[in-house]
Design a protein around this ligand. Structure first.
Ligand SMILES: [Zn+2]
Length: 327
């Protein structure tokens, strides 16, 4: 009776010995690293929620008449985006970016060579704009395809740019015709009508009906609450999903909407840090007249992602997706 008990005690004590040696606590280290990464990740996502995706347009026709005081809005846990693939936050991942970059390099000694499974989807919202020609030129120089979530701009120059986007092999996504939060987020019916309007315009203009959709402000935006109430995004995403319409938020923000003209280096650094450790990334950028630093940062952004082994694809209906709000 006593012998097995003693053996059990001995085994338990032996198991504790490594934990008594400083710096030799793998589980705790892993937990720390995981917590730190998760905090960093959720901090970034919170930031996304609190910052209007499109400060220019939101400050204009579609958002100027209200400025929600987000500090007074109780947090809604169900609106918090779920961290991507928690497996990558586990102990096998180094917890510093430098280490991460080293690891990537060791996997891809020949830089710019795609690593199997690593895909980057560059996305540009709110175009076409004066920035479109330069964005297309850079994408062409780097032989990279991207997805443009466009809105209803009907000038002849805009139509020309829409044609250029399609003719150069990029994808068009629907970002609603009016991009007017007060209008589109009144109800699922109002939202659908606006999406259909852009579909019709694009079919008439370039003969293409977008396969993919991005909600202005993202699927968990709180700016919709004023127009349609707190549950309106849930209702809209559910109704759109029933219709088989795929929507795409992002898991890498370039932070180019954090300021009217964001610092170029901040855009580059944000993409570098927000993409670290992710094998599939949807990168949020903007195609707007004022976003000159997005254009200026684009070559470095693409060069970095290539050096990390990403290949570039356009978003299709069944592509990898990242959704803040699950329909
Ligand atoms: Zn937008």
């Amino acid at each position: 009776m006593k012998k097995p008990l003693l053996w059990a005690l001995a085994v338990v004590c032996a198991g504790l010995i490594p934990l008594l040696i400083p710096g030799n606590k793998p589980e705790k280290r892993a937990a720390d690293s995981s917590a730190a990464l998760r905090e960093r990740s959720s901090g970034f996502e919170r930031y996304e929620i609190k910052n209007i995706e499109h400060p220019i347009s939101a400050a204009g026709s579609d958002g100027s008449d209200f400025a929600p005081n987000l500090a007074t809005v109780p947090s809604q846990p169900e609106l918090e985006p779920v961290p991507e693939d928690t497996a990558i936050l586990g102990p096998q991942r180094p917890d510093t970016r430098e280490l991460e970059l080293d690891t990537e390099k060791s996997i891809t000694p020949n830089s710019n060579k795609p690593v199997e499974g690593k895909v980057a989807y560059l996305t540009f919202d709110d175009g076409p704009s004066l920035s479109t020609p330069r964005i297309l030129q850079i994408l062409n120089e780097y032989e990279v395809k991207a997805t443009f979530f466009v809105i209803g701009k009907t000038s002849e120059e805009s139509k020309r740019q829409l044609k250029n986007i399609v003719n150069q092999g990029h994808a068009l996504g629907n970002h609603t015709f009016t991009h007017n939060y007060n209008q589109i987020y009144k109800s699922a019916e109002a939202f659908k009508a606006d999406v259909d309007r852009l579909d019709r315009f694009l079919e008439e203009t370039v003969g293409v009906k977008p396969e993919v959709l991005r909600y202005p402000g993202g699927s968990n935006n709180q700016l919709s609450w004023r127009a349609g109430g707190r549950n309106v995004m849930k209702t809209i995403t559910r109704e759109m999903s029933k219709l088989g319409i795929s929507y795409f938020d992002w898991n890498v923000s370039s932070t180019d909407a954090a300021a009217p003209v964001q610092d170029k280096q901040s855009i580059i650094d944000s993409v570098i840090s927000n993409s670290a450790g992710k094998s599939k990334i949807i990168v949020l950028m903007h195609d707007m007249d004022l976003k000159t630093t997005t254009v200026a940062a684009l070559p470095a952004v693409i060069a970095h992602l290539k050096s990390q082994g990403y290949r570039f694809e356009v978003l299709r209906k069944n592509s990898f997706t990242y959704q803040f709000l699950k329909p």
